[in-house]
Write a protein that binds this ligand. Structure first.
Ligand code: SF4
Length: 689
């Protein structure tokens, strides 16, 4: 099996037992999420347990592309297990982070790591090639994510040193490296079972969603450290090099001739760095990436963080000081050190400010909160808010539950979902700026899934035209042109531009069901399992290509994968595996208690007109009066009954029972998941044909 190391590390913390799983048993799922879900299915016997239950099974998986030169993907890593963030049920869920962990795990000889049980006291897992130890974490518990990593680097780097090279053991054959271990750690938020607690690797790579930091805390697991001296056998190294060079030359950002904005593979290196950086910085990448969407800064503040981690406090900070100051950078670093999900912190803080302004929250108020909102925007305020959350200090105990559960504790959930001051549209997860009333596929895919989807497949259709139109410019491509180019890529529903019609009339159509299905199955396979990075893939339209047609398709994702593993997998075959994984996930949700009646947005999505979001307008392509144009979605709301009708269309498209949303035997059988159908049938949860 080229591209694999052939074994997955299995650690049972309850018995301190270390064993192996043969990767080939799960190789049909290729890697990442697919293998994670299949292992979870086999090892987690009772899928109705809470995420904090010791029997929860957490997987941390790489893929064949991990640690290779595949562009924008080889540094990603997928985490799966029962989460603790979503509401009302902690769904089986996923999270993903970048950096160098997955590559280093492969160099150490492991395709992934499975964590079961709960240690009787705090521990960390020390992986040095095949040498794996569960070590006491007495000296690490209570430290921040950064401090814990530094301590572990110190311990592991104390290995025998020869002319600056470190030996991983005293054995002559152990191999030497100049690298420091890749460590994935929790901060104080995770130790205190925060539902918004993350896993953090290096300075700014976070597995943010799902509350996996809290899950690790419940298992008394502080960190996993991996370091290896091995390599990855590739089927055709020349083909891999050529594919990378061709992708870079023909599709990637061209500094001499930069083209428009938010399209994927050709985006500018600093896409994820939303800071107003006044200081010097340089691009920084995950392993093997040609994009470098992060930055290392001259001051060292805010290094490696990107996107929402860098902006979660920026607006509060700007409002306080009239411009962004270093306090915003300090807040970002605190967030990473405590190990807290940036979206929860951002949307939660907005919610608290609204409650403060309503006069219901503050010192001595109905919701007694000591935070001084006159200081909101300062580093001191951020420190207090984040510390209270991480340590569950006072009302921080409510914050640590996530703000939907906090609102429930305060008796405000129903009202604040109705008025929309609590912008958590689906499964108790915070809004991601891509509101379901506007960017329909994002909202729908999130609510038929398990969490805020966080797949930016179609965001270019909003960002690019909206910026142009508001700036008085003609969009680079017309709505008709861009949807035609993209539609060609949407295998297995290709050449149907109506899937990209974001008009309200089309919001409840079968075409929209196809778009949601496409984004889920593409995501489950190419992004979450093969581990192509969501910041650059899929590459649907690309202004660097003469016909604007991006790299996604047979000449894109599979080319890299095939060069590594051998064989001739097509893009379409990958999508079919994505469908299989998506069906397996839905079977797990079904066992957990999923029913179509639960699949509903928060009330404000149906009752309050959309305000247009960040830019005040949210343009997307759509058909109006028979013509393609960019439509401003501001002012829209969804219709409850029509959304219910849409769900029926969607379940039918997936081959699931429209009355319940449960998978059917025929759908599962076609995908080779008969054993899953048997289990559902045994529990009377199999969908009717
Ligand atoms: S685009 Fe950014 S997040 Fe994605 S792999 Fe590259 S550096 Fe990492």
């Amino acid at each position: 099996m080229k591209g694999y190391q052939g074994k997955i590390l299995r650690v049972d913390l309850s018995n301190r037992k270390i064993t192996k799983i043969e990767t080939k048993k799960y190789a049909e799922y290729v890697g990442g999420h697919g293998i994670g879900s299949a292992i979870f299915w086999d090892l987690c016997k009772d899928k109705t347990i809470d995420g904090f239950d010791p029997a929860n099974v957490v997987t941390i998986m790489g893929s064949p592309i991990s640690g290779t030169i595949t562009p924008s993907g080889s540094g990603r890593c997928e985490v799966t297990g029962i989460g603790v963030q979503s509401y009302p049920i902690g769904w089986y869920t996923r999270s993903n982070f970048g950096g160098r962990f997955s590559g280093m795990m492969k160099y150490a000889g492991w395709d992934g790591i499975v964590i079961e049980g709960k240690a009787d006291k705090p521990v960390w897992i020390d992986v040095r090639n095949s040498d794996v130890k569960i070590r006491d974490a007495d000296g690490l518990w209570g430290l921040s994510t950064w401090e814990a990593q530094e301590e572990i680097w110190e311990v592991v780097n104390k290995s025998v040193t020869k002319d600056g090279w470190k030996a991983l053991s005293s054995s002559r054959d152990a191999g030497f490296t100049t690298q420091k271990p890749a460590v994935l750690a929790i901060g104080q938020a995770g130790e205190n079972l925060g539902r918004s607690a993350c896993l953090i690797h290096d300075a700014g790579n976070g597995a943010g969603q799902g509350g996996f930091g809290g899950v690790w805390g419940s298992k008394n697991l502080k960190a996993i450290s991996v370091i290896g001296t091995g390599s990855i056998e590739t089927d055709d190294p020349n083909a891999l090099i050529e594919a990378r060079i061709a992708a870079k030359n023909n599709y990637a950002y061209n500094f001499d001739d930069p083209k428009v904005g938010w399209n994927r593979f050709s985006s500018s290196p600093t896409l994820g760095g939303f800071y107003d950086r006044e200081e010097e910085s340089r691009p920084q990448s995950c392993m093997g990436c040609i994009a470098g969407c992060r930055a290392r800064t001259a001051s060292g503040l805010g290094s490696e963080s990107s996107c929402v981690e860098t902006i979660f406090y920026a607006d509060f900070n700007r409002r306080k000081f009239g411009k962004q100051t270093r306090d915003a950078y300090v807040a970002t670093d605190l967030l990473q050190k405590y190990g807290i999900n940036a979206y929860e912190a951002w949307r939660g803080l907005e919610y608290l400010e609204k409650l403060y302004k309503l006069g219901v929250l503050g010192p001595g108020k109905e919701i007694d909160c000591p935070l001084d909102f006159e200081q909101l925007g300062t580093a001191e305020f951020a420190e207090e808010f984040l510390r209270m959350t991480a340590f569950r200090e006072g009302i921080g105990d409510d914050f640590a539950e996530g703000f939907v559960r906090a609102a429930e504790r305060w008796g405000r959930l129903e009202e604040d979902w109705k008025t929309g001051i609590l912008v958590y549209p689906y499964w108790g997860c915070p809004d991601h700026m891509y509101d379901p009333r506007a960017e329909i596929e994002w909202g729908y895919a999130s609510i038929v899934g398990d969490r805020d989807m966080n797949q930016h497949d179609f965001n270019g259709l909003y960002w690019d035209p909206t910026k142009d139109i508001l700036g008085g410019k003609q969009p680079y491509l017309s709505a008709e042109e861009v949807t035609k180019v993209i539609a060609e890529k949407l295998v297995p529903f290709e050449n149907n531009p109506k899937m990209l019609d974001f008009s309200l009339e089309n919001a409840y159509s079968e075409d929209m069901a196809k778009l949601v299905s496409w984004t889920q199955i593409y995501g489950r396979f190419w992004k979450n399992s093969v581990l192509f990075c969501d910041w650059r893939w899929p590459d649907l339209y690309n202004p660097n290509a003469p016909d604007n047609s991006g790299l996604t398709g047979d000449e894109g994702e599979p080319k890299f994968l095939n060069a590594i593993i051998g064989g001739n997998m097509t893009f379409s075959e990958g999508m079919e595996t994505g469908r299989k994984i998506w069906n397996l996930d839905n079977a797990i949700y079904t066992l957990q208690g999923r029913h179509r009646d639960l699949v509903k947005f928060a009330d404000y999505i149906y009752d309050i007109p959309y305000d247009g979001g960040l830019m005040g307008s949210y343009y997307l392509p759509g058909i109006e009066n028979g013509e393609w144009k960019y439509i401003d979605t501001k002012g829209r709301k969804l219709d409850r009954d029509k959304f219910e009708e849409w769900k029926t269309k969607y379940y039918k498209l997936e081959g699931w029972d429209p009355e319940t949303g449960w998978p059917t035997r025929s759908a599962l059988k076609t995908l080779g998941l008969n054993h899953v159908a048997d289990e559902l049938e045994k529990r009377s949860l199999l969908g009717k044909e």
